[in-house]
Design a protein around this ligand. Structure first.
Ligand SMILES: C=C1C[C@]23C[C@@]1(O)CC[C@H]2[C@@]12CC[C@H](O)[C@@](C)(C(=O)O1)[C@H]2[C@@H]3C(=O)O
Ligand SMILES: O=C(O)CCC(=O)C(=O)O
Ligand SMILES: [Fe+2]
Length: 328
Protein backbone atom coordinates (compact mmCIF):
# COMPACT_ATOMS: atom_id res chain seq x y z
CA UNK A 1 0.00 0.00 0.00
CA UNK A 2 1.30 3.46 -0.87
CA UNK A 3 0.77 6.07 1.82
CA UNK A 4 0.99 9.65 0.59
CA UNK A 5 2.65 11.85 3.19
CA UNK A 6 1.79 15.53 3.48
CA UNK A 7 4.49 17.71 1.92
CA UNK A 8 6.74 18.68 4.89
CA UNK A 9 5.58 22.31 4.77
CA UNK A 10 2.02 21.33 5.74
CA UNK A 11 2.97 18.46 8.02
CA UNK A 12 0.42 18.22 10.87
CA UNK A 13 -2.21 20.23 8.94
CA UNK A 14 -5.17 18.16 7.67
CA UNK A 15 -5.63 18.25 3.88
CA UNK A 16 -8.98 18.69 2.14
CA UNK A 17 -10.08 18.02 -1.40
CA UNK A 18 -9.66 21.29 -3.34
CA UNK A 19 -13.01 22.93 -4.02
CA UNK A 20 -14.10 22.66 -7.65
CA UNK A 21 -16.31 25.15 -9.54
CA UNK A 22 -19.37 22.94 -8.91
CA UNK A 23 -18.96 23.30 -5.13
CA UNK A 24 -19.73 27.04 -5.29
CA UNK A 25 -22.79 28.13 -3.32
CA UNK A 26 -24.46 30.52 -5.76
CA UNK A 27 -27.67 30.59 -3.69
CA UNK A 28 -26.18 32.20 -0.56
CA UNK A 29 -29.06 34.25 0.92
CA UNK A 30 -28.43 37.98 0.51
CA UNK A 31 -30.08 40.38 2.95
CA UNK A 32 -30.37 44.06 2.09
CA UNK A 33 -30.16 45.55 5.57
CA UNK A 34 -31.72 48.83 4.38
CA UNK A 35 -34.86 47.15 3.01
CA UNK A 36 -38.16 46.76 4.86
CA UNK A 37 -38.09 43.02 4.13
CA UNK A 38 -34.78 42.48 6.00
CA UNK A 39 -36.29 40.97 9.17
CA UNK A 40 -38.27 38.34 7.27
CA UNK A 41 -35.31 37.52 5.00
CA UNK A 42 -32.96 37.10 7.98
CA UNK A 43 -35.31 34.72 9.80
CA UNK A 44 -35.77 32.70 6.63
CA UNK A 45 -31.99 32.42 6.07
CA UNK A 46 -31.33 31.51 9.72
CA UNK A 47 -33.93 28.74 9.57
CA UNK A 48 -32.62 27.34 6.29
CA UNK A 49 -28.86 27.74 6.59
CA UNK A 50 -27.88 29.59 9.79
CA UNK A 51 -25.90 31.79 7.42
CA UNK A 52 -26.42 34.79 5.14
CA UNK A 53 -24.70 37.70 3.44
CA UNK A 54 -25.47 41.31 4.36
CA UNK A 55 -25.35 44.17 1.85
CA UNK A 56 -26.28 47.85 2.20
CA UNK A 57 -24.95 47.69 5.75
CA UNK A 58 -23.77 51.31 5.87
CA UNK A 59 -20.15 50.59 6.85
CA UNK A 60 -17.76 52.78 4.84
CA UNK A 61 -15.40 50.94 2.50
CA UNK A 62 -12.59 53.13 3.88
CA UNK A 63 -13.14 51.70 7.39
CA UNK A 64 -12.80 48.14 6.08
CA UNK A 65 -9.85 48.99 3.80
CA UNK A 66 -7.91 50.75 6.57
CA UNK A 67 -8.31 47.82 8.96
CA UNK A 68 -7.33 45.39 6.21
CA UNK A 69 -4.19 47.24 5.19
CA UNK A 70 -3.06 47.60 8.82
CA UNK A 71 -3.62 43.86 9.31
CA UNK A 72 -1.60 43.07 6.18
CA UNK A 73 1.18 45.30 7.52
CA UNK A 74 1.09 43.49 10.90
CA UNK A 75 1.31 40.01 9.38
CA UNK A 76 4.13 41.10 7.02
CA UNK A 77 6.44 41.63 10.02
CA UNK A 78 9.28 39.25 10.84
CA UNK A 79 8.15 36.13 12.68
CA UNK A 80 10.12 37.09 15.81
CA UNK A 81 8.27 40.43 16.01
CA UNK A 82 4.87 38.75 15.61
CA UNK A 83 5.77 36.15 18.23
CA UNK A 84 6.34 39.00 20.68
CA UNK A 85 2.58 39.71 20.34
CA UNK A 86 1.84 36.14 21.50
CA UNK A 87 0.76 33.84 22.92
CA UNK A 88 -2.81 33.74 21.62
CA UNK A 89 -4.29 32.63 24.93
CA UNK A 90 -6.00 34.30 26.54
CA UNK A 91 -5.49 37.03 23.89
CA UNK A 92 -2.76 37.83 21.39
CA UNK A 93 -0.96 36.45 18.32
CA UNK A 94 -1.08 32.77 17.42
CA UNK A 95 0.15 30.67 14.54
CA UNK A 96 -1.10 27.28 13.28
CA UNK A 97 -2.39 26.10 16.68
CA UNK A 98 -6.08 26.80 17.20
CA UNK A 99 -7.43 26.47 20.73
CA UNK A 100 -5.68 24.44 23.39
CA UNK A 101 -6.70 20.93 22.39
CA UNK A 102 -4.51 20.06 19.42
CA UNK A 103 -6.26 21.66 16.40
CA UNK A 104 -3.97 22.95 13.66
CA UNK A 105 -4.60 25.14 10.62
CA UNK A 106 -2.64 26.89 7.89
CA UNK A 107 -3.07 30.34 9.38
CA UNK A 108 -1.84 32.95 11.79
CA UNK A 109 -4.16 35.19 13.75
CA UNK A 110 -4.83 37.75 16.43
CA UNK A 111 -7.42 36.87 19.06
CA UNK A 112 -8.58 40.04 20.81
CA UNK A 113 -10.99 41.03 23.59
CA UNK A 114 -13.61 43.72 23.02
CA UNK A 115 -14.94 45.85 25.83
CA UNK A 116 -18.07 47.82 24.97
CA UNK A 117 -17.31 48.93 21.37
CA UNK A 118 -13.49 49.05 21.58
CA UNK A 119 -10.53 46.76 21.99
CA UNK A 120 -10.22 46.02 25.69
CA UNK A 121 -7.52 48.06 27.49
CA UNK A 122 -6.47 44.79 29.10
CA UNK A 123 -5.56 43.56 25.63
CA UNK A 124 -2.30 45.37 24.85
CA UNK A 125 -1.94 43.64 21.49
CA UNK A 126 -1.69 45.01 18.87
CA UNK A 127 0.50 47.76 20.22
CA UNK A 128 0.87 49.93 17.08
CA UNK A 129 -1.36 52.99 17.49
CA UNK A 130 -2.42 53.09 13.82
CA UNK A 131 -3.47 49.41 13.82
CA UNK A 132 -5.37 49.81 17.12
CA UNK A 133 -7.17 52.92 15.82
CA UNK A 134 -8.12 51.17 12.57
CA UNK A 135 -9.41 48.10 14.45
CA UNK A 136 -11.36 50.25 16.90
CA UNK A 137 -13.06 52.09 14.04
CA UNK A 138 -13.88 48.77 12.37
CA UNK A 139 -15.10 47.10 15.58
CA UNK A 140 -17.44 49.99 16.43
CA UNK A 141 -18.93 49.73 12.92
CA UNK A 142 -19.25 45.93 12.74
CA UNK A 143 -20.80 45.83 16.20
CA UNK A 144 -23.52 48.20 14.97
CA UNK A 145 -24.18 45.77 12.12
CA UNK A 146 -24.44 42.90 14.63
CA UNK A 147 -26.93 44.92 16.70
CA UNK A 148 -29.06 45.76 13.65
CA UNK A 149 -29.07 42.12 12.59
CA UNK A 150 -30.05 40.92 16.10
CA UNK A 151 -32.82 43.56 16.23
CA UNK A 152 -34.09 42.41 12.85
CA UNK A 153 -34.07 38.81 14.10
CA UNK A 154 -36.18 39.80 17.14
CA UNK A 155 -38.58 41.68 14.85
CA UNK A 156 -38.82 38.77 12.41
CA UNK A 157 -39.37 36.29 15.24
CA UNK A 158 -42.02 38.54 16.84
CA UNK A 159 -40.07 38.94 20.10
CA UNK A 160 -40.45 42.07 22.24
CA UNK A 161 -38.68 44.26 23.12
CA UNK A 162 -36.78 44.75 19.91
CA UNK A 163 -33.45 44.62 21.77
CA UNK A 164 -34.24 41.29 23.48
CA UNK A 165 -31.36 39.64 21.59
CA UNK A 166 -29.09 42.60 20.83
CA UNK A 167 -28.95 43.68 24.50
CA UNK A 168 -27.17 40.42 25.26
CA UNK A 169 -24.16 41.55 23.26
CA UNK A 170 -24.27 45.24 24.20
CA UNK A 171 -24.89 45.13 27.93
CA UNK A 172 -22.11 45.69 30.43
CA UNK A 173 -19.91 42.60 30.70
CA UNK A 174 -20.94 41.09 27.37
CA UNK A 175 -18.33 38.65 26.13
CA UNK A 176 -17.25 39.95 22.74
CA UNK A 177 -14.25 38.60 20.91
CA UNK A 178 -12.59 39.87 17.75
CA UNK A 179 -10.40 37.77 15.53
CA UNK A 180 -8.11 38.70 12.63
CA UNK A 181 -7.13 35.66 10.56
CA UNK A 182 -4.40 35.53 7.92
CA UNK A 183 -4.22 32.46 5.69
CA UNK A 184 -0.98 32.60 3.69
CA UNK A 185 -1.05 30.96 0.26
CA UNK A 186 0.09 27.36 0.17
CA UNK A 187 1.91 26.93 -3.20
CA UNK A 188 3.36 23.52 -2.17
CA UNK A 189 -0.08 21.98 -2.78
CA UNK A 190 -0.74 23.62 -6.14
CA UNK A 191 -1.92 21.10 -8.73
CA UNK A 192 -2.17 18.23 -6.21
CA UNK A 193 -5.99 18.36 -6.06
CA UNK A 194 -6.00 19.15 -2.36
CA UNK A 195 -5.80 22.20 -0.13
CA UNK A 196 -4.54 22.73 3.38
CA UNK A 197 -7.14 23.23 6.09
CA UNK A 198 -7.05 26.89 7.09
CA UNK A 199 -9.59 26.67 9.90
CA UNK A 200 -11.15 23.25 10.49
CA UNK A 201 -14.88 22.61 10.53
CA UNK A 202 -16.73 23.95 13.56
CA UNK A 203 -19.69 25.95 14.76
CA UNK A 204 -19.20 29.22 16.63
CA UNK A 205 -20.31 29.04 20.27
CA UNK A 206 -21.59 32.66 20.63
CA UNK A 207 -24.90 34.21 19.46
CA UNK A 208 -23.70 35.54 16.13
CA UNK A 209 -20.47 36.07 14.24
CA UNK A 210 -20.07 38.81 11.63
CA UNK A 211 -17.31 38.12 9.12
CA UNK A 212 -15.61 40.21 6.46
CA UNK A 213 -12.74 39.06 4.29
CA UNK A 214 -10.57 40.40 1.50
CA UNK A 215 -11.42 39.17 -2.00
CA UNK A 216 -9.87 35.70 -1.47
CA UNK A 217 -12.31 32.81 -1.26
CA UNK A 218 -11.88 29.92 1.17
CA UNK A 219 -14.91 29.99 3.45
CA UNK A 220 -17.14 26.92 3.11
CA UNK A 221 -20.38 26.05 4.88
CA UNK A 222 -22.01 22.67 5.39
CA UNK A 223 -25.46 22.14 3.89
CA UNK A 224 -27.92 19.46 4.89
CA UNK A 225 -26.41 18.81 8.31
CA UNK A 226 -22.92 18.35 6.96
CA UNK A 227 -23.75 16.10 4.01
CA UNK A 228 -22.37 18.63 1.52
CA UNK A 229 -19.72 21.35 1.74
CA UNK A 230 -20.09 24.41 -0.48
CA UNK A 231 -17.74 27.34 -1.09
CA UNK A 232 -19.03 30.80 -0.34
CA UNK A 233 -18.07 33.23 -3.14
CA UNK A 234 -16.05 35.99 -1.49
CA UNK A 235 -17.30 39.57 -1.42
CA UNK A 236 -15.04 42.14 0.21
CA UNK A 237 -17.86 44.72 0.32
CA UNK A 238 -20.30 42.52 2.25
CA UNK A 239 -20.53 40.94 5.67
CA UNK A 240 -21.37 37.28 6.29
CA UNK A 241 -23.32 36.30 9.38
CA UNK A 242 -23.13 32.92 11.16
CA UNK A 243 -25.76 31.77 13.64
CA UNK A 244 -23.87 30.52 16.71
CA UNK A 245 -24.73 27.70 19.13
CA UNK A 246 -26.19 30.06 21.76
CA UNK A 247 -28.68 31.51 19.28
CA UNK A 248 -29.66 27.98 18.28
CA UNK A 249 -30.55 27.33 21.94
CA UNK A 250 -32.33 30.69 22.43
CA UNK A 251 -34.57 29.78 19.48
CA UNK A 252 -34.95 26.14 20.65
CA UNK A 253 -33.36 24.87 17.45
CA UNK A 254 -35.44 27.01 15.07
CA UNK A 255 -32.22 28.70 13.95
CA UNK A 256 -29.32 26.30 13.36
CA UNK A 257 -25.71 27.15 14.12
CA UNK A 258 -23.89 26.76 10.84
CA UNK A 259 -20.98 24.37 10.45
CA UNK A 260 -18.22 26.13 8.51
CA UNK A 261 -14.50 25.88 7.70
CA UNK A 262 -11.81 27.64 5.68
CA UNK A 263 -9.63 26.03 3.02
CA UNK A 264 -6.48 27.77 1.87
CA UNK A 265 -5.84 29.11 -1.58
CA UNK A 266 -2.64 27.94 -3.25
CA UNK A 267 -1.81 31.37 -4.66
CA UNK A 268 -3.56 34.17 -2.76
CA UNK A 269 -3.62 35.04 0.91
CA UNK A 270 -6.90 35.51 2.74
CA UNK A 271 -7.38 38.06 5.50
CA UNK A 272 -10.59 37.92 7.50
CA UNK A 273 -12.07 39.81 10.43
CA UNK A 274 -14.66 38.16 12.63
CA UNK A 275 -16.66 39.80 15.41
CA UNK A 276 -18.13 37.24 17.83
CA UNK A 277 -21.10 38.56 19.83
CA UNK A 278 -21.44 36.73 23.12
CA UNK A 279 -23.46 37.59 26.25
CA UNK A 280 -22.18 38.25 29.79
CA UNK A 281 -20.87 35.10 31.48
CA UNK A 282 -23.84 34.96 33.87
CA UNK A 283 -26.45 35.15 31.07
CA UNK A 284 -28.84 32.21 31.16
CA UNK A 285 -29.04 30.53 27.76
CA UNK A 286 -32.47 28.98 27.35
CA UNK A 287 -35.22 29.22 24.72
CA UNK A 288 -37.06 32.56 24.76
CA UNK A 289 -40.56 31.90 26.15
CA UNK A 290 -42.23 33.61 23.14
CA UNK A 291 -40.66 31.03 20.87
CA UNK A 292 -41.98 28.00 22.72
CA UNK A 293 -45.29 26.72 21.44
CA UNK A 294 -47.95 25.45 23.82
CA UNK A 295 -46.54 22.45 25.70
CA UNK A 296 -43.23 22.74 23.86
CA UNK A 297 -40.22 22.06 26.06
CA UNK A 298 -36.65 23.19 25.77
CA UNK A 299 -34.47 20.77 23.82
CA UNK A 300 -31.57 21.70 26.10
CA UNK A 301 -30.59 21.56 29.75
CA UNK A 302 -30.26 25.01 31.30
CA UNK A 303 -26.86 26.62 31.33
CA UNK A 304 -25.18 30.00 31.49
CA UNK A 305 -22.92 31.38 28.77
CA UNK A 306 -19.99 31.03 31.21
CA UNK A 307 -20.72 27.31 31.65
CA UNK A 308 -21.08 26.78 27.92
CA UNK A 309 -17.91 28.68 27.10
CA UNK A 310 -15.90 26.73 29.67
CA UNK A 311 -17.17 23.43 28.27
CA UNK A 312 -16.65 24.59 24.65
CA UNK A 313 -13.03 25.55 25.24
CA UNK A 314 -12.34 21.98 26.42
CA UNK A 315 -13.54 20.56 23.09
CA UNK A 316 -11.78 20.05 19.76
CA UNK A 317 -12.84 22.36 16.92
CA UNK A 318 -15.00 19.78 15.09
CA UNK A 319 -16.77 18.40 18.18
CA UNK A 320 -20.51 18.80 18.60
CA UNK A 321 -20.32 21.12 21.59
CA UNK A 322 -24.05 21.38 22.13
CA UNK A 323 -24.54 17.59 22.38
CA UNK A 324 -23.64 17.49 26.07
CA UNK A 325 -26.38 20.07 26.79
CA UNK A 326 -29.13 18.34 24.79
CA UNK A 327 -31.88 16.66 26.78
CA UNK A 328 -31.79 12.95 26.12
C1 LIG B 1 -10.64 24.42 19.43
C2 LIG B 1 -11.17 25.52 19.88
C3 LIG B 1 -10.88 26.89 19.32
C4 LIG B 1 -12.02 27.71 19.89
C5 LIG B 1 -12.06 27.13 21.30
C6 LIG B 1 -12.14 25.65 21.00
O1 LIG B 1 -11.79 24.83 22.10
C7 LIG B 1 -13.58 25.33 20.51
C8 LIG B 1 -14.28 26.60 19.93
C9 LIG B 1 -13.32 27.44 19.07
C10 LIG B 1 -13.87 28.81 18.69
C11 LIG B 1 -14.56 28.88 17.31
C12 LIG B 1 -15.09 30.30 17.10
C13 LIG B 1 -14.05 31.38 17.44
O2 LIG B 1 -13.04 31.41 16.42
C14 LIG B 1 -13.38 31.07 18.80
C15 LIG B 1 -12.50 32.26 19.25
C16 LIG B 1 -14.42 30.72 19.80
O3 LIG B 1 -14.97 31.44 20.60
O4 LIG B 1 -14.70 29.38 19.73
C17 LIG B 1 -12.67 29.73 18.69
C18 LIG B 1 -11.87 29.23 19.89
C19 LIG B 1 -10.41 29.65 19.84
O5 LIG B 1 -9.85 29.88 18.76
O6 LIG B 1 -9.81 29.66 20.91
O1 LIG C 1 -11.40 33.23 8.75
C1 LIG C 1 -12.53 32.98 8.36
O2 LIG C 1 -12.95 33.34 7.27
C2 LIG C 1 -13.47 32.21 9.28
C3 LIG C 1 -12.80 31.81 10.56
C4 LIG C 1 -13.75 31.27 11.57
O3 LIG C 1 -14.69 30.60 11.27
C5 LIG C 1 -13.47 31.58 12.99
O4 LIG C 1 -12.48 32.29 13.27
O5 LIG C 1 -14.27 31.14 13.85
FE1 LIG D 1 -16.01 30.24 12.94
Amino acid sequence: MVVLANPPVVDQIPLLRSPGPRDSFAAVPVVDLSSPGAARAIVDACERFGFFKVVNHGVAAATMDRAESEAVRFFAQAQADKDRAGPAYPFGYGSKRIGLNGDMGWLEYLLLAVDSALLSDACTVPSAAAFRAALNEYIAAVRKVAVRVLEAMAEGLGIAPVDALSAMVTEQGSDQVFRVNHYPPCPALQGLGCSATGFGEHTDPQLISVLRSNGTSGLQIALRDGAQWVSVPSDRDAFFVNVGDSLQVLTNGRFRSVKHRVVTNSLKSRVSFIYFGGPPLAQRIAPLPELLGEGEESLYREFTWGEYKKAAYKTRLGDNRLAQFEKK
